[in-house]
Design a protein around this ligand. Sequence first.
Ligand code: P6P
Length: 343
Amino acid sequence: MSKTITLGEFIMDRQAAFPFVSGQLTRLLTDIGVASKIVNHQVNRAGLAGILGESGSVNIQDEAQQKLDVFADQTFMRILSVGGSVAGIGSEEQEDPILCGDEGKTGKYIVLIDPLDGSSNVDVNVSIGTIFSIQRRKTPMGEPLTEQDFLQAGTHQIASGYILYGSSTMLVYTTGTGVNGFTLDPAVGEFFLSHPAMTFPEKGRIYSVNDALLDKCSEPTRIFVEGCRQTRGARFRARYIGSLVADFHRNLIHGGIYLYPSLIKKPNGKLRLLYECAPLAFIAEQAGGMALDDDGRVMDRIPTELHQRSPYYVGNKNLVQAFMASQLAEKNPAMNTVPQREN
Ligand code: P6P
């Protein structure tokens, strides 16, 4: 039986393939693993530790901060800012970026993070997650960071990933050479490689969208979802947890598409580009899938502000392409398509 490899061993093995690296990315990925174990411990005991519910504060999104939101944000900030690899952190929970290491003059990397996405589900024991994106600083070392260090396209990402605090806790990440998943063994406090070389199944049969929004989105989106619903053999299933990381992870394993569309009153939808859409888009593309917004590939989008939102359609390539065909059909009815019968 082959030896089960830990996250740390995997990261070190991968570094060995790049002899000229400084080891800062290795340290950063390791620190993310450490922070996620601490957050996982609190998430698992939230009901017992009296840290359920709202903290009484609101974040930049004007969303009530759950106590665990604040704890997760503080934990990742604390651990990532002292490791020496990070120059600055942009967090969903912080209005402005946090500068690390001598006002951001040291540290090679920029981290964009949603410390605890879907946290409103904590009180009802539904899976939640952390999403992270790692960029290389643009400003030379020794100089203070600028806004542009944080506003980079998804194609510049050095790494991205998520931690899913669910029935088991998993860390899934990519550095641009495929996607690998690690499952935490709480008995020894180690992440072990459990899902090597993750890819979407060839075809997907799940669509994930908030049905209550459909009367607020575009006609083509409604046409696409209706196409998924049609019973003529498509055999689609509707699955929507209301926790992006959980929905994304299920669709990565079983195949499907997640949609958070542009809405009449929210043309940019709800999800945030830098620390939700772009990092999961990197994972999706590395796993053979696709991630689009209303104008094309999410990874190409150059942000103009830290907390900007984006319509989001991500999952199996065949389903995302069918969705976009339904969007284009609005302009050219002859192109109208609905997902085809699964063989
Ligand atoms: P709605 C959670 O707040 C989140 O950002 C994602 O995790 C989730 O997929 C989405 O919003 C749910 O939004 O409008 O369907 O409740």
